[in-house]
Ligand binder design. Structure first.
Ligand SMILES: *[C@@H]1O[C@H](CO)[C@@H](O)[C@H](O)[C@H]1NC(C)=O
Ligand SMILES: *[C@@H]1O[C@H](CO)[C@@H](O)[C@H](O)[C@H]1NC(C)=O
Ligand SMILES: *[C@@H]1O[C@H](CO)[C@@H](O)[C@H](O)[C@H]1NC(C)=O
Length: 213
C-alpha cells in the first residue's frame, strides 16, 4: 500500500470506506495543487502583462519628444514693395508659425525672437511671446515681421538676380526654450530649434518651398 504510506496513514485500516476517504483526500489535494498551479500561471501572466503595459507606457506616453518649430506656408503680407532692378524690398509679413507638440502633455516655452536672413544678412526679426502648445497639437502663432533690405545689400548682384527671377529666398532661425510636462509632475527641458528656408514668390506674394530642418 505505497499510496497509504505516501498519504501519511501507514496504520489506516484497509476497509473500503477508509480507502475511498483517502482517495478522496488525494483527489482533493491534487485538485488544490492544480488550482495553485493555475493561480501561479495567472499571476505570472498578469505580471508579464503589467510589465508590457509599463514598457508600452514608457515608450509612448512617458516619452519626451522635442517639439517642432517651423514657418507655415500660410503666412501672408500686409505691405509688399519689391523693386527687382534697384534692387530693394520692404514688406510686412504676417508670419504664421507652428509649434508642433507630439507629447502627451503641454510644451511651455518662454519669450524668444525669430530672425530672417537673406544669404546670412539679417533682414528682419520679431518677438514671440511666451505661451504653450497643448497636448498633442500644433500651436499657431502669428507675428508681424518687417522685412526690409539693409543698405549693405544695396548693390548686391545676387539680390538683383534673385528678385529678377521672381523669388526672394530667405532663411529663418529661432529657438524655443521650454518644458514638456507629462501628467503634471514629470517635466523635462526641451529646445525646439527652427532653421527654415523659404521662398517669397514675388508675383503671387505667397510663400513657397518652405523647408524646415
Ligand atoms: C516676455 O515678454 C513680455 C512682453 O514682450 C514681457 O512683458 C515679459 O516680461 C517677458 N517675460 C520674460 C520672462 O522675459
Ligand atoms: C510663383 O507662383 C506661381 C503660381 O504658383 C508659379 O506659377 C510661378 O512659377 C512661381 N514663380 C517662381 C519663380 O517659382
Ligand atoms: C541651418 O541649416 C543650414 C543649411 O543646412 C546650416 O548651414 C546651418 O548651420 C543651420 N543653422 C543652425 C543654427 O542650425
Amino acid at each position: 500500500m505505497a499510496e497509504q504510506y505516501k498519504a501519511g496513514y501507514p496504520l489506516a485500516p484497509t476497509n473500503g470506506y477508509a480507502r475511498s476517504d483517502q482517495e478522496a483526500a488525494r483527489a482533493n489535494s491534487d485538485e488544490r495543487r492544480q488550482k495553485q498551479k493555475k493561480w501561479a500561471l495567472y499571476i505570472i501572466a498578469f505580471v508579464i502583462f503589467q510589465i508590457g503595459i509599463i514598457v508600452l507606457f514608457t515608450f509612448t506616453v512617458m516619452k519626451f519628444r522635442t517639439p517642432k518649430f517651423r514657418v507655415r506656408p500660410a503666412s501672408s503680407f500686409d505691405t509688399f514693395d519689391v523693386q527687382p532692378t534697384t534692387p530693394s524690398f520692404n514688406m510686412r509679413m504676417n508670419a504664421q508659425l507652428g509649434v508642433r507638440n507630439t507629447n502627451f502633455g503641454p510644451f511651455k516655452y518662454g519669450n524668444t525672437t525669430i530672425t530672417f536672413y537673406y544669404k546670412g544678412t539679417e533682414v528682419g526679426s520679431a518677438t514671440i511671446r511666451k505661451s504653450k502648445a497643448n497636448f498633442r497639437s500644433t500651436k499657431k502663432v502669428n507675428v508681424p515681421v518687417d522685412l526690409v533690405m539693409p543698405t549693405t545689400l544695396a548693390s548686391s548682384a545676387d539680390l538683383i538676380s534673385d528678385l529678377s527671377s521672381g523669388i526672394l529666398p530667405l532663411t529663418s532661425q529661432s529657438k524655443l526654450n521650454g518644458k514638456v510636462e507629462i501628467m503634471f509632475i514629470f517635466k523635462k527641458k526641451r529646445t525646439a530649434n527652427m532653421n527654415c528656408t523659404i521662398e517669397i514668390n514675388i508675383s503671387t506674394k505667397l510663400l513657397q518651398n518652405v523647408k524646415c530642418k
